[in-house]
Write a protein of this length. Structure first.
Length: 245
């Protein structure tokens, strides 16, 4: 079992709904394009794409937009003009920050992201400066109410299927896999009648740090600006707000 869940801090944006519908739709479409690029355009064989489509539907993204994004990602509509980039940097207090970017203008995006880091007490770093602090993991979230078996049987099932770690929360389980095993573990659970609430490949910090005073205030502002940027798809950090350990 892992020591504690990092999900609430690494995937802060999952519980955050942007009031600007156009901004939400753009990010959701990019997420679908990215998932289709990486794992193909068949959602039944690509759990990341399946979940991206589900999130898009929950946000009422029109079906035509969804299908167009899938085809763009899989190459059916020709090559799209989005470039996927990972940025790494340091936030206030030396915190580690990794960004997954999807942009059609690398220079513009780099300048804007660099400005945010500088404004809020951090700096954009070189490739590799903080990535060693994170592990790529497949993440599956299963609500207790969706279990088709008791908790002990569930944990044995996912471990036998290839999961590397499980975190038991009050209302859910966080199942971690090697990225290459995400689809396999998901398929085993589907056969067992277990509904998956969320699935994706994410960068999980190996350790977490807390901040206080001005550093904490600046870090919160930096993360808010990064998460709100049109070209930022995912924000990962080893920062953990006080009280969330």
């Amino acid at each position: 079992m892992s020591g504690h869940s990092k999900w609430s801090t690494i995937k802060r944006k999952k519980s955050k709904i942007d009031a600007q519908r156009g901004k939400v739709f753009t990010k959701l479409a990019k997420e679908i394009i990215s998932a289709a690029r990486r794992g193909g355009g068949d959602p039944e064989a690509n759990i990341a794409l399946k979940n991206a489509i589900a999130r898009a539907k929950e946000a009422n993204l029109p079906n035509d937009n969804i299908q167009r994004a899938v085809k763009r990602g899989s190459g059916e509509l020709g090559a799209d003009n989005y470039e996927e980039i990972t940025y790494e940097g340091y936030g206030p207090g030396g915190t580690a920050v990794m960004l997954e970017i999807m942009t059609d203008n690398r220079n513009r995006t780099a300048g804007e992201i660099r400005h945010f880091f500088s404004k809020y007490g951090g700096n954009l770093g070189e490739t590799g400066c903080v990535s060693w602090m994170f592990d790529a993991r497949g993440v599956l979230i299963v609500e207790r109410s969706n279990l088709a078996m008791d908790a002990d049987e569930f944990m044995l099932t996912v471990l036998d299927a290839g999961a590397v770690d499980i975190k038991e929360e009050e209302d859910s389980f966080e199942v971690l896999t090697e990225p290459s095993d995400l689809n396999k573990v998901n398929e085993v659970l589907e056969v067992e009648g277990v509904k998956i609430s969320h699935a994706e490949i994410a960068m999980l910090s190996k350790t977490t740090v807390t901040l206080d005073g001005k550093n904490e205030e600046q870090m919160e502002k930096l993360l808010e600006m990064l998460e709100d940027h049109d070209d930022v798809q995912n924000v990962y950090t080893n920062y953990e707000p006080l009280g969330e350990e």
